[in-house]
Design a protein. Structure first.
Length: 209
């Protein structure tokens, strides 16, 4: 009872400061304030993304590069509500990438193509708008290099590149493969070992040159 009373007595502005600094203590990864949100109903009403877009807009500014976003949207449209929505969408797709979801073909999931395009569009815009933070989130948190490696070089890679090149065919010119290729070239680091994959990967790299 005493603890509950103590929690209920925390002013909203103090709680928001605590939540903000907890969420932004580390640059990498999504804001870790779920325990605060779940502490009680009052905290949930104060800290949920649906009721406190200002807090999540501030978190977005700390976690991602903001300059190009403002230029893209326009200063008048870069509102806390818009930035909070961007934050939610980015973490959804970065977490999918981190889990290496949709990088390989999954016959059981009929929506994998749509989800994969969402991941690719998110990564593409983050790279175009990169000023340092975006790339760190993509590489260090979401492990984008490994996702791309599976997409292009795995036998069951969703690109189908290994199979097409094995049959000496060109990849289909689709929006998805175009996005994935631009991301690959924008972020290619030869020292990461792309040229040293086993099996048909060497053939793939030769075909992509």
């Amino acid at each position: 009872m005493a603890l509950s009373a103590t929690l209920d007595g925390v002013p909203q502005e103090v709680l928001e400061h605590i939540a903000f600094f907890t969420a932004t203590e580390s640059l990498l990864g999504p804001p870790s304030i779920l325990p605060l949100i779940l502490a009680n109903r009052k905290f949930h009403s104060w800290l949920s993304i649906s009721t406190n877009s200002l807090l999540y807009g501030r978190i977005f500014v700390q976690k991602f590069d903001i300059g190009a976003v403002i230029r893209r949207l326009g200063p008048e449209r870069a509102t806390p509500e818009i930035l909070a929505g961007e934050l939610r969408r980015r973490w959804l797709n970065l977490n999918r990438m981190r889990a290496r979801s949709y990088s390989t073909i999954s016959p059981a999931d009929c929506n994998d193509s749509a989800h994969r395009q969402q991941i690719l569009f998110e990564a593409y815009f983050m790279i175009l708008e990169n000023e340092g933070k975006n790339e760190r989130q993509l590489r260090e948190y979401a492990d984008m290099d490994q996702w791309l490696r599976e997409y292009w070089f795995h036998e069951a890679g969703a690109s189908g590149a290994v199979e097409y090149l094995r049959e000496e065919k060109w990849l289909p010119d689709t929006q998805e493969t175009s996005l994935a290729m631009w991301i690959f070239w924008f972020t290619l680091r030869p020292s990461k070992g792309y040229l040293h994959q086993r099996g048909s990967s060497d053939v793939l790299m030769t075909g992509l040159r």
